[in-house]
Design a protein around this ligand. Structure first.
Ligand code: GLN
Length: 403
């Protein structure tokens, strides 16, 4: 047996985290045969040109490591795509690294700018990885609430968070998971001017950059004055090309930051999958009609699903971007955390009952909030029409959960 030194338990750090509640709900959905509207991923196929390209590559490769920062042709295609959409030209040699999903992109970025004892500002609600990433870096999250009414933030509260000693970075998920908020240019300007004032990095998660509902528009915070040098932009191909299992993500950042991100990435994962990068160059070179089609498809899915939820008399948030809704479950009588039933919060108990008795899996809202929120559950609608119709028909049985 190896004689390893005892690991410092996570519980002895300033904050702790559990396993991912999102991924846990997928396992629960699979175990009880529920339609999985918890972890967000499509059940429709990626673009045909992309899968065709993958079959062409299979017999000829590449099958060995690409260079650690990502295949050259992939970085060049990504640089062109990013220039097309944001007007910023990232140098494929110096300012781009390809990662194993945006999950690694975020982690590598955070590790590149945080030392143990530092702080990271997060908006709440937030995608659960951000707090876990912060804690894994030995840093502490500082939360800034988004208003439950209109998802706005209070600039004074944000400033008092950002000016705290030890704060190194702010995480910006735009469009936001789980709230569906699309930050306006004015809001991004407030964040940007505070980042400049307090000399902080902004680590972005922009994986939903192409899933936006009119009249909302995506603004890359990296394009605002003073932000190119301090934005560490993370995104991925997962959502844009419906390939969440390919684990192709990336970081875009100015060279001095990227020098550090590259080192972390090199030792974390060596690199993303070479044959998948080769195939995905095809997708990065799609023309505008592809992105228009994606928007139209998501607009259709959002309409179908939210019309269905409205018909069921449910109360929910209407997303401006991304593909999630937060449903209010107060009317089901699961109580609040003060009246909790065993070790589960009311929304956790509700999601388990819903998966087992209604056959639809959702994510308990409490896993996204710093505040004691336990009356919301998150559902996603990146699914084929027939899946959404079947889910909506099963949700008619929600009333059986009423206590
Ligand atoms: N971003 C997606 C979600 O929030 C997928 C998360 C994941 O498991 N990588 O559901």
């Amino acid at each position: 047996m190896l004689n390893l030194p005892a690991m410092k338990p996570l519980s002895q750090r300033t904050e702790t985290f559990t396993d991912s509640v999102i991924r846990r709900m997928t396992r629960i959905a699979n175990a009880c045969g529920a339609i999985n509207l918890s972890q967000g991923f499509p059940d429709f196929d990626p673009p045909e040109a992309l899968t065709r390209r993958l079959t062409e590559i299979a017999p000829v490769g590449p099958h060995q490591y690409a260079i650690t920062f990502g295949a050259q042709n992939f970085r060049e295609a990504l640089s062109d795509k990013q220039f097309h959409f944001s007007g910023l030209r990232y140098d494929p040699q110096k300012e781009i690294v390809i990662t194993c999903g945006s999950t690694e992109a975020m982690m590598a970025s955070m590790m590149s700018v945080c030392n143990p004892g530092d702080k990271v500002v997060l908006f709440s609600p937030f995608y659960e990885n951000y707090s876990a990433d912060t804690i894994l870096c030995g840093a502490t999250p500082v939360y800034v609430p988004l208003s439950p009414v209109d998802l706005s933030f209070d600039a004074d509260v944000l400033e008092s968070a950002m000016k705290q000693p030890g704060v190194k970075a702010l995480v910006l998920c735009n469009p936001a998971n789980p709230s569906g908020k699309v930050f306006t240019r004015e809001e991004l300007s407030v964040i940007a001017s505070l980042a400049v004032k307090y000399d902080l990095y902004v680590i972005t998660d922009e994986v939903y950059e192409h899933i936006i509902y009119a009249p909302h528009r995506h603004t890359y915070i990296s394009t605002l004055p003073g932000m190119f040098e301090r934005t560490i932009e993370c995104s991925s191909l997962s959502k844009t090309y419906s390939v969440t299992g390919w684990r192709l993500g990336y970081v875009l950042a100015a060279e001095p930051i990227m020098d550090r991100v590259k080192k972390v990435h090199d030792f974390l994962t060596v690199g993303a999958a070479a044959p998948l990068m080769e195939a995905a160059v095809t997708a990065l070179r799609f023309d505008d009609s592809y992105y228009a089609g994606l928007q139209a498809h998501y607009t259709h899915m959002r309409q179908l699903f939210t019309d269905g939820l409205r018909n069921l008399g449910l109360r929910f948030s209407e997303p401006q971007g991304a593909y999630f809704v937060l449903i209010d479950i107060s009317e089901f009588g699961y109580g609040s955390r003060s009246s909790r039933d065993g070790d589960k919060l009311p929304d956790e108990r509700f999601c388990i009952d819903m998966a087992q008795k209604v056959g639809v899996a959702a994510v308990p809202g409490s896993s996204f909030f710093r505040e004691p929120v336990d009356h919301l559950v998150r559902l996603h609608f990146a699914k084929r029409d027939e899946t959404l119709y079947e889910a909506l028909s099963r949700l008619e049985n929600l009333k059986k959960l009423k206590r």
